[in-house]
Design a protein around this ligand. Structure first.
Ligand code: E4P
Length: 217
């Protein structure tokens, strides 16, 4: 399973990349709005750090505008993937950009049928938002299971990119379902490695080793 960092915060991305933990990055207008500086410069810097897809989202809502914006964003760096919302205009733009060899990540996906249409339009990735479904008392992970089952029957090149991840159990459940990619905020990625018994165990090993060294003096 590939793990992407769902953030535009460069210090976090650099740190996670140094662990060898991340294979890509997803950003969105909200995440970029939290950072200081020019969004396109930030996206370029992220692409230089991460050797994998970096999603940059369009803010146009008409398909011609999305295509124009997508083409401009794609010029920032070869790692850029264009995030397009799951709307009718989004499908048209996805088809046009994909035909031009520009990879699209169809975002804001909340139903299996949106994912199916994204795949048919040529999206390289489809991003179902599980946390936002959980927030409205709808079990988000069912959406992942449904999309994976549907994609399994056909030979789309589209990969499921599990998004809107809120905690480590989302990552675990997505991995158990065989989702190819999960994008998670840095906080969640850090939670994946931390365990109190690891900390307690390490502390005890080091204390015992210190005692042994003192005895040998
Ligand atoms: C994914 O690509 C989105 O950027 C992100 O996962 C949305 O997460 P949120 O629902 O926590 O805002």
């Amino acid at each position: 399973m590939r793990l992407f960092a769902d953030t535009a915060h460069l210090p976090d991305i650099k740190e996670l990349a140094s662990w060898g933990a991340i294979d890509g990055v997803t950003t969105n207008p909200t995440l970029l709005s939290r950072e200081e500086g020019e969004p396109e410069k930030i996206l370029y810097e992220i692409c230089e750090v991460v050797q994998g897809p970096v999603s940059a989202e369009v803010v146009s809502t008409d398909w011609e505008g999305m295509v124009q914006e997508g083409r401009r964003l794609a010029q920032i760096h070869p790692h850029i993937v264009i995030k397009i919302p799951a709307t009718i205009d989004g499908l048209k733009a996805t088809r046009a950009l994909s035909e031009q060899g520009i990879r699209v990540n169809m975002t804001l996906v909340f139903t299996p049928m949106q994912a199916l249409l994204a795949a048919k339009a040529g999206a390289r990735f489809v991003s179902p938002f599980i946390g936002r479904l959980d927030d409205i008392s709808s079990y988000g992970m069912n959406l992942i299971a449904d999309i994976l089952e549907i994609f399994d029957h056909y030979d789309f090149e589209t990969e499921v990119l599990v998004a809107s991840v809120r905690h480590p159990m989302h990552v675990l459940e997505a991995a158990r379902l065989g989702a190819p990619i999960v994008t998670a905020p840095p906080k969640v990625i850090r939670q994946l490695i931390r365990h109190p018994l690891t900390d307690i165990g390490l502390e005890k090993f080091l204390a015992d080793w210190k005692k042994l060294q003192e005895r040998l003096k």
